[in-house]
Design a protein around this ligand. Structure first.
Ligand SMILES: Cc1cc2nc3c(=O)[nH]c(=O)nc-3n(C[C@H](O)[C@H](O)[C@H](O)COP(=O)(O)OP(=O)(O)OC[C@H]3O[C@@H](n4cnc5c(N)ncnc54)[C@H](O)[C@@H]3O)c2cc1C
Length: 471
């Protein structure tokens, strides 16, 4: 434990958001400390996740090339459990199945993710941060912010972080120019600022999903004609389920549903999927489950001396629950803003504002629009979603951007096709229209996020956001 030692930046949490932010700042000569609850070597998950390729590339990872339907490159695994980052199986053309399993979209979805070993990613990012000069204190719990934290947004001045060494029980205050909440969806630091409702919103209800997956050994000799096509059963049980290959002899079976009373247990559906495929054996190579954030960001991600990154900032794709790419994108934007503010000599809200502007007017506008669309579409029945898919209203072309975290307004031919093909279900078309109209409005509104911190302009933006989201 470093008692009372000052750093320029202190980060709570060494997930992909916190570790990448630390690496970026430390590489630029900023003194950074990261306080992480877990033990060294246990970051991430015990499985591989689908991570946005663009975000990994932007973070500097060498992206593999493609040959014979498989990934090739220095970071691609040679065996199931080596210390390489990417699974070799390429899942670029994903089949989308109807939720009632009565069919599949004709156009395969261009899946812009790569299956990434989360343990290895955790180790790599933490290693890079340390190599760049950051300090990571494992088994340390961030307990709360210190400074002027009770007032409204414009009066907040965060001055440091209270941390406890969980092995010794010793608590200390660590002072810093900026404290970053990168400790995950509970947003414990961000949500602890009682006077700033634009910043402190806790994630709850429709913001949360529950997901789990199991990685199983395949024995294809048991059933050579088994159904092992990479697919999403999209819209099923207010969520989605999937199977996709990892290696030739291992498969990932999983699913996630909206976290709500009476929800189905995704594992029960996963077990049914396994039972239907005799080649999937009982040998489990990895897996687990947990709460997944599918909500949107609060209205600001910064205050004077403070920023939130990753899940703590709502930087996830709400239509898939994929948040590793968002956390890395957020970390890169936050790093730029923090470095510029440090150069100016004051990490005020005004100087950190470019982080907000770049997030909300950029990636955040897509994710916010999609979160509104998701809220409406999630409440459709299996029959309704299957109808939309069968009639090519929710087509592969339309689902491609949605699954990849991109909001696209439907073009004129799509709108005409929707009208013609959906004539027999006018109420359903009205719901769909409500979703896309609201998505469009939110997207445009976020593109106009205030360029600079001006309380009146920001208050007006917040009021309009609340109206759009029906608060
Ligand atoms: C079952 C499941 C499946 C998922 N699948 C995918 C997927 O396929 N693709 C994808 O992109 N995303 C997926 N996600 C979501 C993804 O894991 C998160 O969006 C991502 O990890 C967010 O990164 P982060 O750095 O913001 O936070 P996290 O990865 O949550 O990291 C936060 C870190 O903070 C630490 N911490 C927490 N509290 C404290 C404290 N008080 N003090 C100090 N440290 C603390 C934690 O130990 C953790 O290491 C999945 C999540 C789950 C649960």
């Amino acid at each position: 434990m470093k008692d009372q030692k000052d750093f320029q930046v202190v980060i709570a949490g060494a997930g992909p958001g916190g570790a990448l932010l630390a690496r970026q700042l430390a590489s630029a000569g900023v003194s950074v400390a990261v306080y992480e609850l877990k033990k060294e070597g246990t970051l991430g998950h015990n499985w591989s996740d689908a991570v946005e390729k663009t975000a990994l590339a932007a973070a500097g990872f060498e992206m593999p090339t493609i040959g014979n339907g498989r990934y090739k490159g220095s970071l691609v695994k040679k065996s199931e459990d080596d210390d390489n980052l990417f699974e070799p199986h390429r899942m670029d053309r994903l089949q989308i199945r109807f939720p009632d399993l009565s069919g599949a979209t004709r156009t395969a979805v261009d899946f812009r993710y790569i299956t990434t070993d989360r343990r290895v990613l955790g180790k790599m990012l933490a290693g890079q941060a340390i190599a760049a000069g950051a300090e990571i204190f494992y088994q340390h719990r961030a307990d709360g912010l210190i400074g002027d934290t009770n007032g409204p947004l414009e009066q907040i001045q965060v001055r440091g972080l209270r941390v406890t060494d969980t092995q010794t029980g010793k608590t200390a205050d660590v002072r810093a120019d900026v404290v970053v909440d990168a400790a995950g969806y509970l947003s414990l630091l961000r949500a602890s600022l009682p006077g700033a409702p634009a910043l402190n919103r806790k994630f709850s209800g429709g913001d949360l999903a529950y997901a789990c997956r199991t990685i199983r050994r395949l024995d294809t000799s048991r059933a050579t004609a088994d159904d092992l096509v990479d697919h999403y059963r999209y819209g099923a049980f207010k969520g989605y389920f999937w199977t996709h290959l990892h290696h030739n002899d291992s498969v990932d079976v999983g699913g996630g549903v909206k976290e709500a009373p009476g929800r189905v247990d995704p594992m029960a559906i996963i077990k049914e999927m396994i039972a239907e495929r005799p080649s999937i054996t009982d040998e489990e190579l990895g897996g687990g489950g947990g709460i997944v954030l599918v909500g949107k960001s609060p209205w600001t991600l910064a205050a004077s001396g403070f920023a939130a990154v990753g899940d703590a900032a709502g930087q996830v794709i709400p239509t898939t629950g994929c948040g590793v790419g968002g956390a890395m994108t957020g970390a890169l934007l936050a790093a730029d803003a923090i470095m510029a503010a440090l150069k100016k000599g004051a990490c005020t809200l005004e100087n950190l504002w470019p982080y907000n502007r770049n997030w909300f007017a950029g990636r955040g506008s897509h994710l916010a629009a999609l979160s509104a669309v998701k809220e409406i579409l999630q409440d459709l029945s299996h029959d309704e979603i299957s109808f939309l898919m069968r009639k090519d209203i929710m087509s592969g072309e339309m689902l491609t951007p949605t699954i990849n975290g991109i909001f696209l307004e439907p073009d004129l031919p799509t709108m005409i096709r929707t009208l013609v093909n959906g004539l027999s279900r006018p109420l359903l078309l009205m719901k769909l229209n409500r979703a896309t109209t609201l998505g469009k409005k939110i997207f445009t509104h976020y593109r106009d996020y205030p360029e600079a911190w001006q309380p009146a302009a920001f208050d007006e933006w917040v009021r309009n956001s609340e109206k759009l989201f029906g608060f």
